[in-house]
Design a binder for this molecule. Structure first.
Ligand code: ZN
Length: 152
């Protein structure tokens, strides 16, 4: 990765950390779930408004590091209007991206849009949980699981 690209990615992450999108309890939410990452201290609560099989809107609140907050903020934007199956597929590709799995290919990277800015966490295995926490919470919310999820 070029240093210019790395700087750009860093700037996007900081922007979403300082000004998280869709932050706060979501009006009309019909499912929610909490997530904790004890390793880093990240706490997140995810709200979703689901109509049929489509996720109309997602919001989140909580406190966490720059990676977990930026990941949550970016997630709320990319999942909007998607079906549960589409969201599960996006998470699958995102997970492969941040864990450096062999299944990642450039086409997948392009399909992830801005989520690609988090690709750098693959160099820091402890931060992978920061990046994926909010996704685990969202999937739990969509399954309407009552108990909080933990990365441990
Ligand atoms: Zn974290």
């Amino acid at each position: 990765m070029s240093s210019e690209l790395r700087d750009l990615y860093q700037a996007v992450i900081l922007d979403h950390y300082k000004k998280p999108r869709n932050f706060g309890a979501l009006e009309g939410a019909n499912c929610e779930a909490e997530g904790h990452n004890p390793l880093c201290g990240d706490e997140v609560k995810v709200y979703a408004r689901v109509e049929g099989d489509t996720v109309e809107a997602v919001g989140f609140e909580g406190s966490g590091c720059a990676i977990s907050t930026a990941s949550a903020s970016l997630m709320t934007q990319i999942v909007r209007g998607k079906s549960k199956a589409e969201i599960a597929a996006i998470f699958e590709r995102f997970h492969t991206l941040v864990t450096g799995g062999t299944g990642a290919d450039p086409g997948d990277l392009a399909s992830l849009g801005k989520l690609a800015v988090l690709a750098g966490v693959r160099e820091f295995p402890a931060r992978v949980k920061c990046a994926t926490l909010v996704w685990h919470a969202l999937l739990a919310a969509l399954e309407r699981r009552a108990e909080p999820v933990s990365t441990e």
